[in-house]
Design a protein around this ligand. Structure first.
Ligand code: 4H6
Length: 238
């Protein structure tokens, strides 16, 4: 899989990609991530990438020319690459979309800055506008990193097989149960006894109950779409 990220701040994204699981995935060749500096496609002595909005108003808008030329510089796998703009106006990114995207061959992410991007870039190039949540950021870079991170960890081989991505919170539409490691006592607080019992069936049921409890308390909206078993429904009825 390949990502091409168009940004005015490639160093920001580079720093994140150099650490941890993403760095390992890139080094193993499981994903190829190219950063394209939009500034390299700006023209004139000042290499301007923004300008004042027609119609007046506060702030600046990203000029279409540099983004258009940056996009045309990207090696496209014809027909199977998709161009995404991170924006507060986008469809909200979530785990099912991360799974879909992990099957795509090439994703081109555009990170906007200033007050946004000239609408003609959306009209001519953008296949999908994505938002990582209902809040405003100073740029699309954090959103691009969120998408890359969530998708790359789903690519087979990236998580080293030491754990299943299917066990994650959200894969079954529920929140994660409480987790503990050593020491058994920490600042006077004990690990729940059942987790020390060695009774795997009891532990499984306890964890499921705690997942359901948390979801009901914190994210009842998730229950509508959760994949609930007969056992889950019995626990919820209780
Ligand atoms: C495109 C258009 C994504 C990109 C406008 C980007 C939040 C998200 C941006 C803007 C983003 C998200 C610039 C509009 C700053 C507001 C960059 N903010 N904005 N939720 N900002 O995914 O002003």
């Amino acid at each position: 899989m390949r990502f091409d990220v168009l940004t005015l701040f490639p160093e920001m994204i580079e720093a994140y990609l150099r650490q941890g699981i993403l760095a390992r995935a890139i080094n193993k060749g499981l994903v190829n991530i190219k950063l394209v500096n939009i500034r390299d496609f700006a023209r004139g002595r000042h290499k301007t990438t923004d300008d004042r909005p027609y119609g007046g108003g506060e702030g600046m808008i990203m000029k279409p020319g540099p983004i258009d030329r940056a996009l045309k510089s990207v090696d496209r796998v014809e027909g199977i690459s998709r161009v995404i703009l991170l924006s507060p106006q986008g469809k909200q990114f979530a785990q099912p979309m991360a799974w879909d995207m992990s099957q795509w061959h090439q994703v081109i992410l555009i990170c906007g800055r200033y007050e946004g991007v000239d609408e003609r870039i959306l009209a001519t190039h953008i296949d999908l506008e994505l938002s990582v949540g209902d809040y405003v950021l100073t740029g699309g870079e954090l959103g691009a990193m969120v998408v890359i991170d969530a998708v790359v960890r789903l690519i087979p081989g990236v998580l080293g097989g030491e754990r299943s991505t299917l066990e994650d919170s959200f894969e079954e539409g529920l929140l994660k149960y409480p987790q503990y490691t050593r020491p058994r006592t920490f600042q006077g607080m004990e690990v729940p006894g059942i987790l020390l019992s060695g009774d795997h069936e009891k532990i499984r049921v306890w964890r499921r109950r705690e997942s359901l409890r948390r979801t009901v308390e914190r994210r009842p909206d998730l229950l509508k779409q959760a994949r609930l078993t007969a056992e889950d429904k019995a626990i919820l009825a209780e």
